[in-house]
Design a protein. Structure first.
Length: 349
């Protein structure tokens, strides 16, 4: 058999294929166990030593050449088919995804946006602070004494690292330290809200170790409790979308405000469902008060010239009330089915 003829035939066949399967068939036809080239090698045994030398060498050369060509043809075909696929299957990223693939807005995200919108319209701007706080900002500057129950280990997450006063850093237990940061870094008049994450070592259907609060702080030279009440009532009417919202302010105690109050909104139970706005039952919504002059002084602001009010509310709590959700943990366990049911479409936010 003529080696160069076999090789030539193989190369012609290879050139005319355009798919990987046929390349593999050619490989088998020529180089497989019973392949034509393999047969040529087998026929060596019938030759003389001298003939073996020449013939063997030429068959081996042909085999190597063919193997190389098969491999490169195979690569070439694969590359072409990948390129074809890429062109054919390219995604038009400007094309809107089908409704079923759209994500949902988490109820907490919706609340975030709404509270920022509502207070933004009243002239409040958004301030931020870190989740990891110093003992001073989270407690001391807010007039929370060393022996206050909020400092006990079961409430607060303490970190191993210590700050410059040799006190362990904490995961902030409320957004109130943003009051301190803002008063320390800016001059009155101050008018901010500070929504954000807060942490306490507590977990049941109404408590989560990570939850959300929003702080409000207004400092000028004539703010009073009446301004505070007016703004908070307007906020609640707007947020809960209830015009005739019945509310009350109850005297309370917070170390950082004096006087302090808690705001309740009225509710009743109708058909086993909570109905907000009227009735003879009361739900606590937020804490508030006039900023304690000690706190103003702790922030190096002259409390004989400036005064103000502050408030703090749980964003998870008002979201649960607004949408009738009963377990705070469902907000944070990452269940996509829950989000599909309770989330909001992009268009509706
Ligand atoms: N920091 C308080 C808490 O976490 C909430 C609060 C109450 C904030 C009264 C305030 C306030 O600014 O005036 O329970």
């Amino acid at each position: 058999m003529d080696v160069s003829k076999v090789l030539k035939e193989a190369l012609v066949e290879l050139e005319s294929t355009d798919n990987e399967d046929s390349v593999q068939l050619i490989r088998v036809k020529y180089l497989g166990k019973k392949g034509l080239v393999t047969e040529l090698l087998k026929s060596l045994k019938d030759l003389t030593d001298e003939e073996k030398k020449h013939f063997g060498a030429s068959v081996n050369l042909a085999k190597e050449e063919l193997l190389g060509k098969i491999n490169s043809r195979s690569l070439e075909i694969n590359k072409t088919s990948i390129n074809e696929k890429l062109t054919k299957e390219s995604i038009d990223i400007t094309f809107p995804p089908p409704i079923s693939h759209l994500g949902k807005i988490h109820p907490i995200s919706k609340t975030y946006k709404e509270v920022i919108d509502i207070f933004g319209n009243m002239g409040f701007s958004v301030a931020e602070g870190p989740d990891i706080e110093t003992d001073f900002n989270n407690f001391t500057a807010l007039n929370i004494p060393e022996d206050h129950p909020a400092r006990e280990m079961q409430d607060t997450f303490y970190l191993d690292q210590k700050d410059e006063n040799n006190k362990p850093f904490v995961l902030r237990t409320h957004t109130s330290p943003v009051q301190i940061r803002t008063m320390m870094s800016s001059e009155p008049p101050i008018k901010i809200i500070a929504p954000g994450r807060t942490y306490r070592c507590d977990s049941d259907s109404t408590h989560s170790p990570m939850f959300h609060q929003m702080e409000g702080l207004l400092i000028n030279n004539d703010a009073n409790m009446g301004h505070l009440k007016g703004n908070l009532i307007n906020f609640c009417k707007d947020f809960f979308q209830i015009n005739n919202l019945k509310v009350r302010f109850r005297p309370s105690y917070f170390p950082f405000t004096e006087p302090s109050a808690e705001m309740d909104i009225a509710y009743s139970i109708v058909d086993n469902q909570i109905k907000l706005g009227e009735g003879d039952k009361w739900l606590e919504i937020l804490g508030c008060g006039m900023v304690n002059p000690k706190v103003i002084e702790n922030c190096k602001i002259d409390s004989s010239k400036f005064q103000g009010y502050a408030f703090g509310l749980g964003l998870d709590r008002i979201t649960m009330l607004k949408y009738g959700l009963t377990d705070i943990r469902s907000f944070f366990n990452g269940n996509n089915n829950w989000l599909k049911e309770n989330g909001f479409s992009l268009g509706r936010i």
